[in-house]
Design a protein around this ligand. Sequence first.
Ligand SMILES: NC(=O)c1ccc[n+]([C@@H]2O[C@H](COP(=O)([O-])OP(=O)(O)OC[C@H]3O[C@@H](n4cnc5c(N)ncnc54)[C@H](OP(=O)(O)O)[C@@H]3O)[C@@H](O)[C@H]2O)c1
Length: 339
Amino acid sequence: MTDTHLMAAWQPKPDATLRVEAVDESLPGENEIAVHNAALAINPADWILQAQPVGDWMQYPMILGNDVAGEVVAIGPGVTRFAVGDRVLGQAVGCWTNTPAKGGFQTRTILDVNLASPMPNSMTYTQACVLPLGIGTAACGLFQTDHLGLDHPRMGAKKSGITVLVWGGASSVGSCAIQLAVAAGYDVVTTASPKNADALKALGAREVIDYHRNDVVDAVVAAFDGHQIAGAIFTVGETGPCYDAVSRLKGNRTVASTLPIPEDKPETVTATQIFGLTLRDNEMGKAIYEDYLPEALKNGSLKPAPAARIVGNGLDALQAALETQKAGVSAEKIVVTLR
Ligand SMILES: NC(=O)c1ccc[n+]([C@@H]2O[C@H](COP(=O)([O-])OP(=O)(O)OC[C@H]3O[C@@H](n4cnc5c(N)ncnc54)[C@H](OP(=O)(O)O)[C@@H]3O)[C@@H](O)[C@H]2O)c1
């Protein structure tokens, strides 16, 4: 049945603008919840997939959108962690799985429970929606055993004495990676523009190196001050300086990267490419969204970062929001509210 309150912003085909229209009500299946969205955040993946598919399995029309926050309106069979009325944030997977009901850019999204977390009453939906894809992607890179395989974040984690390099700490993935690595007991050295240094230190980074410096590689190596590297997560920017720095450090010279691995990387550096959806199908979804995030959000040890910049209200505002994200952001997440 079509309910006029149920609307979606469809991506009709590659290289077209979004088209907002009514959709049928979709019901949550096993281990799924239906969420009435209150705020949506924009990621580079959204405008990338608006332009073209990244795999031949992708089917258009699709519903883009990875980051949602809202209220649970229905629960599927087997769901015990959530009840109708709960406030939640979650990672929407529809565009990656050819399931439009699970896309983020609509008023009601079906979420997998292992990619959803309750959120505290003190946090607004606008704040919360900045987190899901950033947290999920950072967690895949830092903790999955096919990437850096680091210790998981937990309350009161002991300091390991070794250091993670987060290349591009002011990005969405980077801001989450800094916080997750610190929560797992690692020191963090990161790169960003100087204006963002204090904010990244507030998230837990020990040193923030300006990536515009001509001697950025030397400066990153010096920031390790002889300490071992636990591994690096490359989130954004130029790959060359990141790999060069890692090649000069002692310890685990592995880079987990959001981007394809450069063909000319140093031979002494191992590299893996992250796919931020993989936590859905392994233990990492539960480790982050169930075992870590609810408590970390409640006690404030994990902060919603980067800060939300609201650019409009309603699904009709999404097209301009995509273009704003694509034009470039600095330590901020573009957000559209729905109420
Ligand atoms: N593989 C996956 O599954 C996956 C998942 C999510 C994202 N991604 C990709 O990961 C990348 C990051 O996404 P995002 O949403 O986190 O990005 P974002 O928030 O849009 O990144 C913006 C930030 O990039 C920083 N930056 C720009 N050039 C830099 C450089 N040369 N060195 C260091 N930092 C630099 C800027 O820092 P300053 O403001 O401090 O200058 C800015 O704050 C994108 O390419 C995205 O497509 C991949």
